[in-house]
Design a protein around this ligand. Sequence first.
Ligand code: PMP
Ligand code: GLN
Length: 379
Amino acid sequence: LSSKLPHVGTTIFTIMSKLATDHGAINLSQGFPGFDCDPHLLDLVTKYMKAGFNQYAPMSGVPVLRERLAEKTKLCYGVEYDFEEEITIVSGATEALYAAVTAVVKNGDEVILLEPAYDSYAPAVLLSGGIPIYVPLRLPDFSVDWDLVKSSITERTKLIMVNTPHNPSGHVWNQNDLNTLAEIVQDQDVYVISDEVYEHIVFDGRKHLSLMTHPILRERTFVCGSFGKTFHVTGWKIGYCLAPKELTKEFRKIHQFLTFSTATPLQYALAEYLENSSRYLELPLFYQDKRDLFLEGLRQTSFKFSPAEGSFFQMVSFGHLTDESDRNLAVRLTKEIGVASIPVSVFYQGKTDHKLLRFCFAKTDRDLEMALEKLAKLS
Ligand code: PMP
Ligand code: GLN
C-alpha cells in the first residue's frame, strides 16, 4: 500500500510512555494526569449507565450537555453560543481538530501552523490535501512572530491553527495576539482553529483569552476544548467544538461520518457535573500548586527554564549541559535516571536542534518529588 502519510510513524507520546514502562521510569512524558478524577464524576457515569442511557447520543451531543457548556462559556468568557446550532460534542479535541480541518481545507489550500505544533495538526491538513506552511514561534518565549505570519499568507491561505495555552511551551496569548490575528483574518478571509484544551490551566493570576472573546475571531473560529484535560479523564476522549452556525453546519457533516456521536452516559454525567462551576474554576489553583512544586524542585537541578504560563507542561533547556540531541537525552534520562520526558524537536517538521525537553507535571506530588530527586543527580 502506498502510504498517505509516508513521514508519519508512531507518536512520540506512545513511544516515550512505553519506554518509561519498559524501564520502570517515572513517566513525565505523555500528557495525562497521574491521578484519578473526582469519584463523584464516576458515580454520575454509573448512575446514568444504570438508568439506561446507553444507546447512541444525538449526533451533535445531548442537549443538556450543550446547554451546560453554553452556560460555562458565558460564565468564563462572557460570550454567547447557541447550544442548538453552535456547539457540538465530539470524541476528544483530536476529533474536533480533525473535523474542523476536514470541513475547511480543500486540495491545495495552505494552512498556517505555528511551530512547535501539536502532532495531530499536520496529518489532518495533509489528509485533506492541504499544504501546511510552518511558521516558527519566537524563542525563547514561544510568542507569535506576527510579521512572519503576515508574510507567510498568500491568496491560497485558508486556515490558521493556533493553540493557547500552548503545548509544549506553556506560553499563553495576550490581547495583542488576538487583535493582530483578527486584523489578519479579516483582511485575508481565512478561518481559524483555536486549540484551547488547556483553557482552565493558567498560572500566576493569568486569564485565558479565548479567541471567541474577539468579535471578529468569534465569527470565523472553531474553538476546540477537551473535558479530558479539565476533569482529569483523558481516557474518556470527550471534547467539544464551538463555532458559528455556518461553520458548525459544515463541521457536523464531518463529525457525522467520523464518529457520528460520543458516549452517551459520559455526556449526561458531565452535564450534571458542570452544574457546579467551582469544578472548573478551581483548576488553575490545583495545577498552580503542582507547577510550583515542580519549579521548586527544578531549581535544584542543572536545567534552565522559565516558568510555564499555562498548560500542564514545563519546558527545560539543557544545551549548556550536553551537546546531545533532545531525543537522545530523553531516551537516556528514561533509561539511566528513570524519568521520561518528551523531546521538543518532535513538535517541529524539519530538523531542529533546540535542546529542549518537555515535562508533564500533571502527576502525583510523590511522583513529581521522586522524579525531581532523580533529575537533580544530572549535572
Ligand atoms: N490539543 C492539544 C494541544 C493537546 O495537548 C491534546 C492532548 N494532549 C489534544 C489536543 C487532544 O485532546 P483530546 O485528548 O481531548 O483528544
Ligand atoms: N496531548 C498529549 C501530550 O501532548 C498526548 C496525547 C496523545 O498521546 N495523543 O502529551
